[in-house]
Write a protein that binds this ligand. Sequence first.
Ligand code: AMP
Length: 285
Amino acid sequence: MKRTSRISELREIISSEKKRGRKIALVPTMGFLHRGHLSLIEQAKQTDAFVVLSIFVNPLQFGPNEDLSRYPRDLERDAHLVEEAGVDVVFHPSVEEMYPRPMLTFVEVGELDRVLCGSSRPGHFRGVATVVSKLFNIVQPDMAFFGQKDYQQYLIIERMVKDLSLPIEICPVPIVREEDGLAMSSRNIYLTAEQRLEALVLSKSLNEAERSIHGGQRSAREIERQIREKITLESHGVIDYVEVRDAGSLSDVTDIQSPVLLALAVKFGTTRLIDNKVVEVEQNV
Ligand code: AMP
């Protein structure tokens, strides 16, 4: 496996692979890898493409009071993991390599940015869309893999690629969970043992809501109320949002008729966790 922190070197490596006719698959990450990331790599490997994994903790997508400086990092451990997983090249640029001068140019996201994590983390998705565009231009992949753990991010990137006519296939990958249901996240390491236990209420409340919808409940507000109530009763988590939205457009839903996204963000101490579930609705024929 190759490793580089230089854009120019990565471009050379990729261009020689392209000359040999290889397709290029990109897996963008912020590192401190877990099985969720490995599942993205597995999907990328299945395409038979040359797999590029990027590790970059992108300052542009963190707010002023967020966890940029303490975000967990362990490049050597990550490199070892991805080598075993069959990645062809790891790209781990410094902040100076990615942003050698103050940025004046950004990718604006529009209305998909005004809801859910976009409204609680102003500027976050603009930072994500901008860095992902830079990575797309550096790597020029044929396909790129994004986890549904960050469902809104996946939709935003898919839309960006369409709006900007980028010739890249965006491949979504299902959420990978711990055995007890907690969605895997690099940030789980921040949790105390007690918070880690309490955080199980997130996946449990989503599962319960899904059962409720399948049992005939069609009121989005009632589903939101049930999820909030369970989280409040069973944990000390502080709810940022719990929302039912259209799974394709993220628009408001009142009466659940088509696939919906159940999405939530909850803080345990200083750690903000997100989770979601897409629920299909059985149509009466
Ligand atoms: P991150 O390093 O947290 O920025 O995540 C990099 C990529 O891995 C993003 O596309 C995430 O959606 C994806 N990812 C993170 N956690 C999971 C998970 N538990 N299951 C599936 N994909 C994930």
